[in-house]
Every structure is written in C-alpha cells, then in structure tokens.
Design a protein around this ligand. Sequence first.
Ligand SMILES: Nc1ncnc2c1ncn2[C@@H]1O[C@H](COP(=O)(O)OP(=O)(O)O)[C@@H](O)[C@H]1O
Ligand code: SF4
Ligand SMILES: [Mg+2]
Length: 349
Amino acid sequence: MPSDDDHDPSAPLAELNQATKIYRGGMLAKNATVALDHVSLTIRGDTPQVVAVVGESGSGKSTLASLLLGFISPTEGTVRFQGRDIASLRGADLGRFRREVQAVFQDPFSVFNPFYKVDHVLTVPIQKFRLARSTAQRQELMVTALEAVGLRPDETLGRYPHQLSGGQRQRVIVARALMLKPKLIIADEPVSMVDASLRATILESLRTVNRTLKVPILYITHDLGTAYHVSDHIVVMYRGSIVEAGAVETVIESPKHPYTRLLIDSIPWPDPKQPWGEHRATAQATLEVPEHHPGCRFADRCAFAEQHCLESPPPHYLTAPAHSARCYLYRDHPEVSDEAFRTLLTLPP
Ligand SMILES: Nc1ncnc2c1ncn2[C@@H]1O[C@H](COP(=O)(O)OP(=O)(O)O)[C@@H](O)[C@H]1O
Ligand code: SF4
Ligand SMILES: [Mg+2]
C-alpha cells in the first residue's frame, strides 16, 4: 500500500471514496445539511471521458465539485488525486494539484476585472505558475490556448471583457484552464448563465479539449439535455446520492430509476428554449411516507414506493453491463459493490 506521501502511478486520476459532506448551520445538529451522502466516484486519466453529473438544484453537485477541487474537505470518507488524499497535500504538491485540476464556473464575467483587457486573465496564471520564459513564449501560449477553444486570438486579445460575448468570455476561461495543461477540468454549470444560442460553442470547446488534448472533464449540470450531447457517462444525483449511473446513451434511452425517468419525461426535448432544470419533476406518490425514515430518499416522490423501500436505503443494482440504479425495483439484479460501482463508471462507453 502506498503511503500518502507517495504518488501512486496505478491509482485513478481522481476519486471520491464514500465521501460525505455535512454542512452545519450552527451549533445545533438539527441545522445540519447532508449535502453529499457516501458518494463514490472515479475519474480515470488513461481513458479520458466527459462524465456528466446531473441533478436538480440542491442535489449536491457543487459540493462534489468543491471536494474534488480541494476547496472543502469531506466530513467522512476521502477524496484522492493520483492516489493521494487531497487533504494531505502541502507546498509544491499542493501547487501542482492547483495547476493540474482546473475549474470552469458558472459566471464567466465574475472572473474578469472590467478595467483590464482580456489578456490579464491569461497572463496572471502564466506568471503565477511560471509557464513562460519570454514575452514571445507567453504570447505563443495564449494564442495556442485561444485557438484550441475556437477563438481567434486577434479578435480576443487586446479587448476588454465587455467587448466579448458571454460565450467568448467563457471560452477564454476554458483557454486559461488549458494553458495550465490540466489533468482534469471540472466545469460546474459552465453554460447556465450564457445565452442559449451560445451554449453549444462552449460545450463544443470542452468536448474538443477532451478529445484532442485527452483531458477528462467532469461536466456538472442541471440540464440533462446538454449532458446527453457532450458526455460519455452520466451520473444522476438526488439529494446527495448517486441514484443512477452508466453510459450516457443507455441511461437516457433506457432510464431505470424512477427519478431519472421523471427527469427525462419532464424534458421538453424538442424545444431548446425551455430548459429542463426549471421544472421540478413531480409524480404522484402512492405511499404514506413519514418525514424521517432510513430508506430510499426518493420515496416521498415515488409512484412505485412500497413499504420495504422505507426500511433501508437501496444499494446499486446492475441493470445492464455498464448501468446501475439504486432502486429496489431492480432487486432481482446483482448488487453492485462500492468497488465495482467505481469500475463501472470508468468503462469505455
Ligand atoms: N456552504 C454551505 N453551507 C450550508 N449549506 C450548504 C452550503 N453549500 C451548499 N449547501 C447545501 O447543501 C446542499 C447541496 O448544495 P449544492 O452542492 O450547492 O447543490 P447543487 O450544486 O446541486 O445545487 C443544498 O441543500 C445546499 O443548500
Ligand atoms: S427504492 Fe422504492 S421508493 Fe426508492 S425509487 Fe425505487 S421504488 Fe421508488
Ligand atoms: Mg451548484
């Protein structure tokens, strides 16, 4: 077993192992929010994929992103990068981690200082991480990164942030992430604040980065429609837990968990102007469900709930070779152990 001080080359790139995050509102335990509940997830570096994490607002997606970025630590469980517990990283190792795991967030405007030209957001990391030795080298780095995300450097550099569209600004942020040669990009709702007409180009640039530069991407979204278009695998979250996971086509075309089915039914697929996330998927619950019970957290909204669903949380069941659902409707299928669940998501789609 490697100790936390060794870099383990055979370890997956990033992984959450039974990670739980509880936010405490104050001294009183009743104010605690379980934002993430024993979540395990592996992201491989050797078969770089786009893994989408989808779920309604409040399902724990940004908490998962913040854990992987090392912004917060888990209340229980571990978060590892290249086999090492992120919480143990210090000094130069922490610096390298900060460079190798890059984030793209929702609001591209907040990253820019309106008084500086766009170049500024690119030159700052170049200086900070000493990526260039000369002005020419610095220029070349910026130009290559901008071109990789489909921007024309001559139309981008030298401009002020307000002179670019929201879509162009967000692509500058993707370019900035790229300059650092990241091993992982975590994009948390990168298109939810840009105009619908510009979303495709940003997502396309992420997809290109994934394909050509072989960088795995965790694409976090409340929008199942875009997840379907850009990702290889999909993880569906509900109230802090993964309820369904698998290859994107299988999950979207043949959803198993009642929650995923509701989500898919509530997408007005042919009309891209109506984003799915603004509806709350609802179904007629059939069972009288007490407020507190140890069972399935979806039971109060589930049309298929039965008494046994309230007794203990369902495990993941393997419903197809690379597809699992955490629901007792599939209890005649094999149960998926935590270890097997992590492998399942890393299979090539
Ligand atoms: N810093 C925080 N303090 C307290 N509660 C939080 C904090 N951040 C998130 N939460 C709560 O944790 C849950 C999950 O939030 P979040 O991870 O932001 O979900 P999502 O990104 O899916 O909308 C929500 O109930 C949210 O209110
Ligand atoms: S375990 Fe029971 S309550 Fe939960 S989603 Fe499945 S059928 Fe519904
Ligand atoms: Mg969020």
